[in-house]
Design a protein around this ligand. Sequence first.
Ligand code: KIV
Ligand code: ZN
Length: 515
Amino acid sequence: MEQRVIRIFDTTLRDGEQTPGVCLDMGEKLEIAHALAKMKVDIIEAGFPFASPGDFAAVSEIAAQVKGPVITGLARANIADIDAAYKALKQADRARIHTFIATSDLHLEYKLKMTREQVLDAAEQAVRYSRKYVDDVEFSAEDASRSDKDFLCQVIARAIAAGASTVNIPDTVGYTTPAEFGQLISYIRKNVPNIEQAIISVHCHNDLGMAVANSLAAVQNGATQVECTINGLGERAGNAAMEELVMALHTRPDYYKATAGIDTRHIYKVSRLVSVLTGINVQPNKAIVGDNAFAHESGIHQHGMLNNPLTYEIMRPENIGLSHNALVLGKHSGKHAFEDRLKELGYDLSGEKIGELFTKFKELADRKKMVFDKDIEALITEKASEKAEWYRLIYHQVMSGSQTTATASVKIETSQEVVEQAACGDGPIDATFKAIDTATGFEMILKDYQIKAVTSGEDALGEATVWLEKDGRTVSGRGLSTDILEASAKAYVSAINKMLATGSRSDSDTVAGGN
Ligand code: KIV
Ligand code: ZN
């Protein structure tokens, strides 16, 4: 059967990073970009270089270090943005400039204050200017789904004539429906005379929960690139979720007659990594990567599954790289067994990283009888989320009870000194956080706090996530331990370290970007 190849354009690091409360530092962005390259994403949108020095630096590093996918950076349709994008992308083996301008009358009148003629000229000039730098230029018509169709077709035709090799049709505000969006793509194909010279891409937001359905309808009508994010991250209700798009194509090739080049066995790992580094948990019933996506609760279902998994399962968990929470190792397991398990789980790590992880595994195996695959995965993602440590928690101690005021003491190390402080609080967590505040001298606003078990069992690893706000910026930190108070203290200190690591990005040096 002839299958069309659909290019996967991942914008987790650009549109996904615009998720409220998400703030990734350079190391985290690189970690995600490497993971996306391993899963064979076709294009990585690494950021919006003009937006801030931090974005510029991250795009440059990704362009220099991440090989395989095309690396792109976003630029509004103006010279300064395009210059910044090119400078940041210069070291990429394959660089793309992604330039955009809005095309709906609403945006023209209230945001751009431009006429249609001016927008046509600006689109053409932006593409032409980008082509001076690179051959691969993508043009996006922001708010395309609410634009006048014929004007949209004119803008697209001008962009292609000026040298755009990909034209992107965003549903910026998540307004369209599958049938309508499919028709729009079909209309563009019929009414843009030079459309055969470009790839048609779509970029759907999820405000009405239809981002994936809309993207797939576009694929059925001739789009061959879809823009998406891991776990559907993104501004407001997010973007089309990559794992859902890819697995829909993978599971229903008979229907879509299309395929993506993604190595689906990386999907679960990358979803976990992004969730840990962004601090945005995946809802349990989320398609493909939610904790319950492959869980069968009903007896009838379980019976059928035992006879033949196909009775109730349309995808195999292994296809997304999900292991069966198997009991694997314990405190007597040696380094070879540990290394073998890492390989079986699909982790290809350096000897140095394996050594560090093995030490952590041994510490865990001392506190926890049975070490599951999910525990090992949690240790790996904990390693990935480790920050440059301004502060390191050496120990903490808590006294609390229903009749006593909770008191916590902490010992924290910095590069210059070791500080010990104690504080009382409204419960053990509050006391611990207050003691850390006193020891570090920081006053942060605790925006949110969550704790969950990584696996089942009384000695399960607890995973704590803490969101802190300072000067209008929110960051998250994560801590792991079989003791939930220790996990919480580690998460709090990790959030403070992250606040310091990303401190160079201030509101004053960011500009409003795309949606
Ligand atoms: O949603 C949108 O329109 C965008 C464009 C900049 C592609 O993110
Ligand atoms: Zn967007």
